[in-house]
Write a protein that binds this ligand. Structure first.
Ligand SMILES: *Cc1c(COP(=O)(O)O)cnc(C)c1O
Length: 445
């Protein structure tokens, strides 16, 4: 079957038809007792560690240390990183900042977004995406998730636009790519800037273009878990020299740098110190030498793993849109269908898989119902800015039923698990099959 969806449907119906018989299948020693119930685990070794470093990092860091020029502007490591990252992604401009959250905050500031504005965000994302909006006293407007891809559902973006919408902020979640054809088209037609949150998607591509280079601005994180890391760090890509100048000024306490053609005129008249240090710049330059190869390994392993997991009824690996030509696989994500797994709960599945030596998590909880978001909406500042009806209607307006369901089904593996040999993928799939072969005992115990 050429279409993987058809094959999944076929397997799903085969499983439903076979009923309990299918879950007692025994293959390749997977009939052993589940590790959660005292049997031997499928895997005992740890997965590849993260972050990785070597001589390049050590020499770079010592060089900065001994130079005494630890700060941006003193040495040239951050400048060099900006030039290199722009070249690597094909962006005209890159502005480094302290972290990914700062990249988002700075981009929104440079676009002049503030109190009273609305910013469209996916509901399935890390909370920093939304915090960047809230920090500007702008109103986040959540759009439901496409459960097939785990990305913002582009078909639902237009309905969320009002005359107050000041930006659309898709997130390339897990290194997969949001439907940029649809989102850019809406942005162009409605004259609303698109800010890409590419914090999880270094080197991912849409129709051959690197993510972060398609919207007005693209934001990256180099926090330690990310595919390119300096412990903490961030960057903004943009094709707009003027916007780059405003971003530079904002992260430098509203002071530009005339020598580089960056103006002093950030019109909002505010700023902060969100500068990256030379230590981080040197780490990034070293880490970048490995990024391409690591990305290729992740992609090869992930594709192979998808082939294995698609054969297992009840496991639905995240799909990519047809325009996604490269997935950065910051996360390996799939849906767990309890009804095709003998009724085993998702959380019990996670426990059982962890016990087999396969680290995994259930991913995000629904952000539209997050206590910290509702506290911000209920705060004094928001009360002064927004009409009462808008604040009271927040929960109803931002209902995201598809995402609620997805949050109960999602399973994640982290990117470092994709950096080892292909045999690791075989073990992951074997562990999933073993849990499935034992659902009866697992559900009872
Ligand atoms: C990591 C992340 C951020 C924030 O980056 P930090 O460097 O941790 O501030 C923002 N958005 C998404 C989607 C992220 O994964």
């Amino acid at each position: 079957m050429k279409n993987p969806l058809d094959r999944r449907r076929f397997l799903a119906s085969a499983a439903a038809g076979a009923g309990a018989a299918v879950v007692t299948s025994t293959a390749r020693g997977e009939e052993a007792a589940p590790a959660l119930l005292g049997g031997p685990p499928v895997r005992r070794e740890p997965f590849p560690s993260w972050p990785r470093s070597g001589r390049l990092e050590e020499e770079g860091l010592l060089g900065v240390l001994r130079s005494g020029k630890w700060f941006r502007g003193g040495g040239d490591r951050v400048d060099h990183f900006e030039t290199s990252f722009a070249a690597m992604t094909g962006a005209a401009h890159c502005v480094a900042v302290a972290n990914g959250t700062s990249a988002l905050v700075t981009s929104l500031a440079a676009l002049g977004i503030g109190p009273g504005d609305e910013v469209i965000v996916p509901v399935y994302t890390f909370i920093a995406t939304v915090n960047a909006v809230l920090l500007h006293y702008a109103m986040p407007v959540f759009v439901d998730t496409d459960p097939e891809t785990f990305q913002i559902d582009a078909r639902k973006v237009e309905a969320a636009i009002t005359d107050r919408t000041a930006a659309i902020m898709p997130v390339h979640l897990g290194g997969n790519v949001a439907d940029m054809d649809a989102i850019l088209e809406i942005g162009r037609r409605r004259k609303i800037p698109v800010v890409e949150d590419a914090c999880q998607a270094h080197l991912a591509e849409w129709r051959g273009k690197k993510v972060g280079t398609m919207g007005a601005a693209g934001c990256f994180s180099f926090q330690v878990s990310k595919n390119l890391s300096s412990g903490e760090g961030g960057a903004i890509l943009t094709g707009d020299a003027d916007l780059a100048g405003r971003c530079y000024a904002f992260q430098n306490n509203n002071r530009g740098r005339a020598a580089e053609g960056y103006t002093f005129s950030y019109q909002g008249g505010r700023g902060a110190n969100l500068r990256l240090t030379e230590f981080q710049g040197s780490l990034l330059l070293a880490q970048m030498t490995r990024l391409e190869e690591q990305s290729r390994t992740r992609e090869q392993n992930a594709r192979y793993l998808t082939g294995l997991l698609e054969e297992i009824p009840g496991i639905r690996p995240a799909r990519q849109y047809e325009g996604c030509t490269r997935n950065a696989y910051h996360l390996y994500m799939f849906r767990f269908k309890a009804d095709l797994f003998g009724g085993l709960s998702r959380d019990r599945f996670l426990q059982a898989l962890q016990a087999e030596g396969i680290p995994c998590s259930g991913g995000y909880a629904p952000l539209n119902k997050d206590g910290s978001v509702s506290a911000a909406i209920a705060s004094k500042g928001f009360g002064r800015i927004y009409p009462r009806e808008l604040l009271d209607g927040f929960a109803a307006r931002n209902a995201c039923p598809a995402n609620d369901a997805l949050c109960g089904e999602a399973v994640w593996f982290t990117q470092n698990m994709l950096l080892g040999p292909r045999a690791d993928m075989d073990q992951i799939a074997a562990a999933v099959r073993k849990v499935r072969a034992n659902v009866g005992a697992l559900a009872k115990a």
